[in-house]
Design a protein around this ligand. Structure first.
Ligand SMILES: [Zn+2]
Length: 283
């Protein structure tokens, strides 16, 4: 009876007399197949003024208390090489909980394509973080990275710092590359028009997904879900964040999704199943 197919077949053949047994069976089946809650945006090193770093142990403790099964982790405000080292060490310690992304910080003087290739091919990195605040998204700098991501393929989590034009250019130029647009456009933006521009980019290009971390206009999340479908939204916290404390912050980010007027299946897509599919995580 441990085989889900067998169990489902069994449940469908039980009549009214078997209703109690069927209900008990369904409950345990639901428990067996409970999908993971996955944070798609967790920092080992932040881009704040203090360049705050968080240990893997601290992150796991927050995840345990907030009810987060797995998290994509990365460092920023550092070199690509150090971001790879930070994530490697963290994932080595918690391989079942943490998923490594690297930070792409290419420049004219220092191409990072080789480092990125090695991290993905040899060290099982599953994605790339890019931040317009530290790295120009000009074609000659960023395009080789976005192109490379599409060849593996691994997704790119990009903070476009509000520039929807560059988001659209990347999406159109690299249809093979999955783009996760951080914060639905800009960190804690209250600019309705700006958020609207990013939803439109996602409407136009199927390789675009919207990351819901640190989104201030929560009603636009609801709207995006209606217009794009729940499959195009991915949940993240942009944590750890100390205000008011890291666990309360993470739970509040989760509640933004839990409180949406969507059915449970759609909420689960947003809270974990979409990113699991995009990263090809083992079930
Ligand atoms: Zn972030």
């Amino acid at each position: 009876m441990n085989n889900p197919v067998t169990r489902r077949a069994f449940l469908s053949t039980t009549g009214a007399a078997g209703a109690f047994v069927a209900a008990a069976g369904a409950a345990s089946l639901a428990a067996e197949t409970k999908a993971d809650v996955i944070d798609c945006h967790m920092h080992l090193k932040h881009g704040d003024a203090a360049r705050t770093e968080w240990s893997a142990d601290a992150i796991i403790e927050i995840m345990d208390q907030a009810g987060i099964d797995k998290a994509v982790v990365f460092g920023m405000s550092t070199t690509t090489a150090r971001s790879i080292e930070l994530a490697r060490q963290a994932v080595q310690k918690f391989p079942r909980r943490l998923i490594p992304f690297l930070y792409a910080l290419p420049s004219y003087e220092r191409p990072v394509i080789r480092e990125i290739e090695t991290a993905i091919s040899d060290h099982a990195f599953r994605g790339i973080k890019i931040h317009a605040g530290e790295c120009t998204l000009a074609e000659y700098i960023i395009d080789p990275v976005i192109r490379l991501a599409g060849t593996f393929p691994v997704p790119c989590l990009i903070d476009c710092a509000g520039n929807a034009t560059v988001a659209a250019r990347l999406a159109e130029t690299f249809p093979q590359t999955t783009l996760l647009l951080a914060h639905m456009g800009r960190y804690l933006s209250t600019d309705v028009q700006l958020v609207e521009q990013f939803i439109r980019v996602a409407e136009k290009f199927e390789n675009v997904y919207l990351d819901l971390s640190a989104v201030a206009l929560v009603y636009k999340i609801e709207e995006a879900a209606q217009r794009l479908g729940a499959r195009r939204l991915v949940w993240g916290t942009d944590g750890p964040y100390k205000n008011p404390d890291a666990v309360t912050y993470a739970k509040a980010e989760m509640d933004k999704v839990r409180n949406l007027k969507l059915n449970d299946a759609d909420k689960q897509l947003i809270l974990g199943s979409n990113i699991a599919r995009l990263l090809n995580l083992p079930k």
